[in-house]
Design a protein. Structure first.
Length: 221
């Protein structure tokens, strides 16, 4: 059986509730042409619209986007609450990042719950030991792309892309105003990365998640 696209799932869920595109648009807080474009897979809904639709349909935002997770509401009289979900981007995607809308979400394989008041944030999975022991390989860092670079202070952790790569380090601002990135691991080489015109600020690291144990999901029969 051919896997449904996000647009096909939205259309199927809408029809299961016997909603018109106009009615769904009102629920999602968008115009009806936006729903038409979603169902044509022209682009994906934003986080707020996804959450509104998930609550209306009794599914998770992950299900709407990927088809994984709960596809129908519980038979109990308890209204399900679907948490906001944020994509886990690859470092390659972070290296070409301009904004969340520019990322092809159909290529995202993993999603994690999103804290409140964090619109368009995304996760990156830590690689290497440059920021150990505070951050170890396999940790997830949450990045807020809406923070202004002018508001960043010395000591803040930021994600920067340079050419087609990306990294996250501590920003150091010297008294003379010079700036550079520094690895938290003092034994990591090179420990300092100088900021130049090729470095583009992506966002601030505002949170992190570490799973002590995470089992591989098994297929239910």
């Amino acid at each position: 059986m051919e896997k449904q696209t996000t647009g096909q799932r939205i259309r199927a869920l809408r029809r299961s509730k016997k909603l018109t595109q106009v009615q769904l648009a009102k629920i999602a807080g968008v115009s009806s042409p936006a729903v038409t474009e979603w169902e044509k897979d022209s682009y994906l809904p934003k986080a707020a619209s996804l959450e509104a639709m998930a609550n209306e349909f009794g599914v998770t935002t992950e299900y709407i986007l990927t088809g994984k997770g709960e596809s129908s509401s519980s038979s109990s009289n308890v209204t399900p609450i679907s948490p906001k979900m944020a994509p886990v981007l690859s470092w390659v995607q972070a290296g070409v990042f301009t904004n969340v809308e520019a990322i092809d979400m159909t290529q995202v394989e993993e999603w994690l719950p999103l804290p409140e008041d964090c619109e368009d944030c995304f996760y990156l999975k830590v690689q290497g030991s440059s920021n150990a022991p505070m951050f170890i390989e396999g940790d997830y860092i949450l990045v807020d792309p809406h923070v202004q670079y002018s508001d960043i202070q010395s000591g803040d952790l930021i994600v920067v892309r340079k050419l087609d790569g990306a990294t996250f380090k501590k920003l150091v601002i010297e008294p003379d105003g010079s700036r550079y990135l520094q690895a938290l691991n003092p034994d990591f080489k090179p420990n300092i990365i100088h900021l130049d015109e090729e470095c583009v600020f992506v966002g601030e690291v505002i949170d992190s998640v570490r799973y002590i144990y995470k089992a591989k999901r098994k297929i239910k029969i």
